[in-house]
Design a protein around this ligand. Structure first.
Ligand code: GLU
Length: 419
């Protein structure tokens, strides 16, 4: 999909969902404007000399940090490294974080950052310099009680370690300034797999409510990065049948089920899912339209859109990615009776574990893996029940119920603090 079209869809989609929720909640126009506009948007350019075909060339990379709302606590949200990063996309994703943190009740606001770069095209050294120069320019805006970055698409614990190092140069060792760090530097047990585990836990919950057979329910997962792979591993452990997986190059399919651990070993050895033993190749477009019980988009925005919504055959969609379903596709899927666990609930395991990491850093008291995962699952299941109960009471879908709860909490915090 052309990059521009994807950006428009992601901002439009967010706008449409909010407009519906604001209308249902009778939110006054003045308050709507306050809730919609970001607190601060920062664009930073980072010059960097890189090697290209044996020659040194100067490139200028452009990055953003959008701090949407901090009524409920410090700004919180990931940092994305991807060629498609733009201010518009970052703005939509920052706002999504405000609703996500409010919905799951962690004491944070919402933010998002990103640099338009393909991290795979840079050497590790160049990536380190790029990250540190970006953070040098961002340092006045972040802080343990100001704005706390985390991983997102294209970033990982190593990138978080560079952020910690750069920030600590001027502030002293400050692990709570960033989450998703390596364990050796104050990272939390369970943070790496937390988003995927959360997705799997809510998939199991939603599947049982829809009376789908957990043992043997057929699951298709689009995206095999940190979130997609941990979701797949956990679902396989829980007895689900993962029949298709994909990465940016394409997908693999096995009617009898894929050995997810073998898929992970194959990706570690070759870089891609392509060529995985005992599977057939399949395109990303074909994968989304496979007959299955559960479809889990775990990659970029707008993968389920007007072009394929009619062809989706799953009974349940669990949004592991942020904004993977456009508003028009959402309307089609609702009409077709396909249940959706929305992103701000489905993938909130990540930011919940980030909250636990921040708490552990502030208290300088680490928790064990079992404690993190137990608290994470309890939190997500409790919020799922709240959302499902509201949806049933009001006769609305899970997404609208989740937005209503989140918007109400943020609006109350804003009003209490005063304008
Ligand atoms: N990037 C993740 C998200 O979209 C995690 C954010 C965080 O942990 O702050 O939810």
């Amino acid at each position: 999909m052309p990059v521009e079209r994807k950006h428009c869809q992601c901002q439009d989609t967010q706008g449409h969902f909010l407009a519906r929720a604001f209308a249902r909640l009778n939110v006054e126009l003045e308050l709507q404007a306050l809730l919609l506009h970001p607190f601060r948007e920062t664009t930073i350019s980072v010059p960097l000399k890189v090697h290209n075909d044996g020659k040194e060339v100067l490139r200028t990379y452009v990055g953003h940090r959008v701090q949407h709302n901090h009524a409920r606590g410090p700004f919180k949200g990931g940092l994305r490294f991807h060629p498609g990063v733009s201010l518009g996309e970052t703005r939509a994703l920052a706002q999504l974080m405000t609703w996500k943190t409010a919905l799951v009740g962690v004491p944070f606001g919402g933010a998002k950052g990103g640099i338009a770069v393909d991290p795979a095209a840079l050497s590790l050294d160049a990536l380190e310099v790029l990250t540190k120069r970006f953070i040098q320019k961002m340092a006045p805006l972040i802080g343990t009680h100001q704005d706390i970055p985390a991983p997102d698409i294209g970033t990982n614990p190593q990138v978080m370690a560079w952020i910690l190092e750069e920030y600590s140069k001027s502030h002293g060792y400050t692990p709570a300034v960033v989450t998703g760090k390596p364990l050796e530097l104050g990272g939390s047990a369970g943070r790496l797999e937390s988003t995927g585990y959360g997705v799997a836990c809510l998939t199991q919950k939603a599947a049982s409510e829809l009376s789908l057979p957990v043992n043997g329910a057929r699951v298709v997962i689009q995206g095999f990065g940190n979130v997609g792979s941990h979701t797949a591993l956990r679902l396989a452990e829980l007895g689900f049948h993962v029949i298709a997986l994909s990465d940016v190059r394409g997908g693999v399919y096995a009617d009898t089920g894929i050995d997810v651990s073998a898929a992970l070993r194959h990706v570690r050895a070759t870089g891609w899912l392509e060529g995985l033993a005992d599977t057939e190749p399949i395109s990303n477009a074909e994968l989304l339209e496979l007959p299955c019980d559960i479809l889990i988009p775990a990659a970029l925005e707008a993968t389920i859109n007007c072009d394929n919504a009619d062809a989706i055959k799953a009974s349940l969609i669990v949004e592991a990615a942020n904004i993977p379903v456009t508003h028009l596709a959402d309307a089609t899927l609702r009409e077709r009776g396909i249940a959706i666990v929305p992103d701000i609930l489905a993938n909130a395991g990540g930011v919940s574990a980030s909250y636990y990491e921040w708490v552990q850093n502030l208290q300088e008291f680490p928790w064990d893996h079992e404690t993190v995962i137990r608290r994470l699952e309890q939190r997500l299941l409790r919020v799922y029940d709240e959302v499902r109960d509201l949806a049933q009471r009001r006769g609305i879908d899970l997404r609208m119920a989740a937005y209503e709860l989140a918007i109400t909490r943020v609006a109350e915090a804003v009003a209490l603090r005063g304008f």
